[in-house]
Design a protein around this ligand. Structure first.
Ligand code: PMT
Length: 401
């Protein structure tokens, strides 16, 4: 795989690792990429723009106010031209600016104006990297579809040892190559994803709900859109922002989710049901707020439709992927759901394991297939798991055709 003909915009921010970015330019060019470099003022204090100009064979932009180079409105031109945008090294400052919508120099305005995938390679002191503010910014950007390359561990320029080193330029370039390869592998595919928990009304102010944050389903929707799919996300209540290039349909109850899913099902190629759908709802949703007159209150519950089971019964060409939220006998229960709901694949998670399941940023999953294959995945961020799930879905789609 190469980057032949790809327009790569490299943003270089001010840190001691700037010198490694020179090697990144050289390696990108050896892979066939056309490289344009934007430096921050601080980066230009570590290594001169001239070095990057010579290495990239293109003008280097530092200021928004300098003499015009070859573009009309530089930040827009570079933003539009980019096939992929890499920021390496990425300081806490640039990550914080983008996460908070601040565009006050050439690099931040261009990143903000681009529709190209953006990859950050953070490099900074360990304490800075571990600072909850930096981690929160990384998390928020990740949920919006920005990619991050994990910094390496080792001896840092400040003399401390820990996480925060810019990874080897070779690893960074390989990440970009893999990213570009996966960029359009879902082009032409219509994906329907469900996420979040449903709310079943008891009265106008109360409901039966569950702990789903929507993070798992939103990550799948964001990654699928990034990989070229046309994505509809049917979402229960969540506090998450809409992922870019995804059509989001908000619902409350299981009945509303079922209606939206069925409305879109036959125009879909792939369905991934990550939502936590309530199995029961109050038989009657009171029109007025229930008064607390008695010491006890008995709610009669009635079964909700099992949306996924219904899809399994009516499916034609659609590839159907379910989730199984289990607290025991994970594999056995998941296998049962795979078969009974006529699924092509099921993602089983033990929702009692630390770092897995509801309302956390990571998950631990087993993928089960109809031929009996089981893939045991370690704990990883939900965005990474979303990518793995999509890789296996792509394999299933390819094997079908
Ligand atoms: O949202 P997060 O906080 O990120 O948490 C992620 C998650 C734990 C919600 C997710 O990883 C997960 O496990 N989702 C499935 C939750 C669930 O309802 O599992 P289940 O085993 O009860 O249901 C099995 C499958 O049937 C699921 O795909 C579910 O969407 C579907 N189902 C269930 C009941 C129902 N009435 N209709 C359905 O379609």
């Amino acid at each position: 795989m190469s980057l032949a003909g790809k327009q790569v915009v490299l943003g270089v921010t001010g840190g001691i690792a700037v010198y490694k970015a020179v090697d990144i330019v050289s390696r990108l060019r050896k892979m066939g990429a056309i490289v344009h470099v934007i430096m921050t003022e601080s980066a230009a204090r570590f290594v001169t723009p001239l070095t990057f100009q010579e290495m990239s064979a293109n003008p280097v932009v530092v200021s928004m106010w300098g003499e015009m180079k070859q573009w009309n409105v530089e930040h827009i031109a570079l933003a539009t031209m980019a096939d992929v945008f890499l920021v390496a090294p990425a300081t806490a400052n640039i990550i914080g600016k983008i996460a908070n919508g601040i565009a006050d120099d050439m690099l931040s305005t261009t990143v903000m104006a681009t529709k190209a995938p953006v990859i950050f390679a953070p490099a900074m002191n360990t304490q800075m990297y571990c600072n909850p503010i930096v981690q929160k910014n990384i998390q928020e950007l990740t949920l919006l579809g920005y990619q991050f390359i994990e910094p390496a561990r080792g001896l840092l320029a400040c003399g401390t040892e820990g996480v925060g080193r810019l990874p080897d330029p070779c690893d960074i370039v390989n990440f970009v190559v893999d990213h570009v390869a996966a960029e359009n592998d879902f082009a032409g595919k219509n994906l329907l994803v469900t996420a979040g928990g449903t709310r079943e009304a008891i009265d106008p102010v109360r409901y039966i709900g569950n702990r789903s944050s929507g993070k798992m389903g939103y990550a799948i929707a964001a990654q699928a859109a990034r990989r070229g799919a046309k994505v509809i996300l049917v979402s229960g209540a969540t506090g998450l922002s809409h992922p870019p290039n995804v059509t989001v349909v908000k619902v409350e109850s299981a009945a509303e989710m079922r209606e939206e899913v069925l409305k879109n099902f036959f125009s879909c190629d792939i369905v991934v049901k990550a939502a936590a759908v309530a199995d029961y709802r109050p038989e009657v949703a009171e029109m007025q707020k229930i008064k607390k007159n008695d010491d006890t209150l008995i709610l009669k519950l009635t079964k909700n439709p099992d949306i996924l089971r219904e899809l399994g019964q009516i499916k034609e060409r659609q590839l159907l992927v379910g989730f199984a939220a289990e607290t025991q006998n994970v594999v056995n229960y998941a296998k049962k759901k795979l078969n009974e709901k006529n699924l092509d694949m099921i993602v089983a998670n033990d929702v009692t394991a630390p770092g897995a399941g509801f309302n956390v940023d990571t998950n631990i999953a087993k993928l089960l297939f109809r031929d009996g294959k089981i893939v045991d995945l370690p704990q990883m961020p939900k965005e990474k798991l979303a990518c793995c799930i999509l890789d296996y879905i792509r394999e299933l789609v390819t094997n079908r055709t």
